[in-house]
Design a protein around this ligand. Structure first.
Ligand code: NDP
Length: 309
């Protein structure tokens, strides 16, 4: 069976940075990209706050560059999904979706987080038919149309601004009477004439027919009234949940389901298993902090392997 010193699960900034560092430490890391190669950033457009890019950088280009850097330094980057990880004893037995297996001396979990949905039956019914959790992936299909974005955080505001450049009209459905987003991002929303903010509103039902979404039924929680809006697209931007399904049997999680790491390190409760990026970070969740924690995980894995010699 194939044996690897460092197995990295996930291909966002955390995974690739871990691969870059582990490669430079001559640990011949193997990285599995998982279901969303490049991670969450690939569903956004311009990144203005990743250091080193005076004019900002396209998110997909940034991820492609991180991947290329890892590969050039010797990382074995593989497409594919890991379906099982037995973290009960070392070396850890890992099963890939094609049924193949490998043994890993250390594992770096960098599986990130995924978009949350409201959980309405009508929302699942129209998923892919007008309901989307990624404006930058699907916005293109709604050019000159009317869409709604649910949420009041940085993601919702950025996605609403992005959609407002494509669509005739963008509604924001915000459950409170204020945004959670940073002031700068809020201002971008306020500056767009074709964004209308529906404060204190909750979604009751996504409406549609065999052609997909054609409206939404909302509840105004201050005025205690229901109303309907005709829309063509319904975008969720209400946050994310950490992707821990693969490892939650073995790895200690916090009350919100994020992997617990020890102090400022990437160490988990299982010796030889490290966590990096959004899967262990409910607080900062930035590309740059994820990259930094990928670096820490690779250094921690290296130190651990040296201690085992
Ligand atoms: P957040 O958790 O920050 O915001 C989620 C938003 O969705 C909140 O407005 C929340 O409302 C609302 N919400 C949550 N659940 C529901 C629900 N069931 N129904 C209606 N509304 C709901 O998530 P984001 O994805 O926006 O951001 C995550 C992190 O990533 C943040 O730290 C953010 O700063 C960061 N980020 C940074 C960016 C950047 O720097 N360029 C870009 C995008 C994100 P409420 O406020 O009432 O809880």
């Amino acid at each position: 069976m194939e044996k690897v010193k460092v197995l990295i699960i996930g291909s966002g900034p955390a995974g690739y940075t871990a691969a870059i560092y582990a490669s430079r430490a001559a640990l011949s890391p193997v990285l599995y990209e998982g279901p969303e190669a490049g991670g969450q950033l690939t569903s956004t457009t311009l990144i203005e706050n990743f250091p080193g890019f005076a004019e900002g950088v396209d998110a997909n280009e940034l991820m492609a560059a991180m991947r290329a850097q890892a590969v050039n330094l010797g990382a074995d980057v593989r497409s594919g999904i890991i379906t099982k990880a037995d973290l009960s004893k070392r070396p850890f037995k890992i099963v890939i979706e094609d049924g193949s297996e490998l043994l890993a001396e250390t594992v770096i979990i960098a599986t990130g987080a995924s978009a949350k949905y409201l959980g309405l039956p009508s929302e699942s019914k129209f998923k892919g038919m007008g309901v989307s959790a990624c404006a930058t992936c699907d916005g293109f299909f709604y050019r000159k149309k009317v869409v709604a974005v649910v949420g009041g955080g940085d993601t919702a505001c950025s996605e609403a601004v992005y959609l407002s450049t494509l669509c005739n009209k963008v509604y924001m459905i915000v459950r409170r009477d204020e945004f959670r987003a940073s002031k700068a991002t809020q201002q971008q929303v306020f500056d767009r004439e074709n964004i209308e903010i529906l404060w204190n509103c909750n979604t009751l039902e996504v409406l549609g027919d065999e052609n997909g979404v054609n409206g939404v039924r909302l509840y105004h929680n201050k005025e205690d009234r229901e109303f309907e809006l005709p829309i063509d697209g319904f975008f969720l931007a209400i946050g994310h949940h950490p992707n821990v399904e693969l490892v939650k049997e073995w790895i200690e999680l916090d009350e919100n389901g994020y992997i617990k790491t020890k102090g400022a390190s990437s160490l988990t409760n299982v010796e030889g298993v490290f966590a990096a990026g959004d899967v262990q970070d409910p607080r900062y969740r930035q590309a740059i902090t994820a990259a930094g924690s990928g670096c820490k995980a690779a250094l921690d894995a290296e130190k651990f392997l040296i201690s085992q010699k």
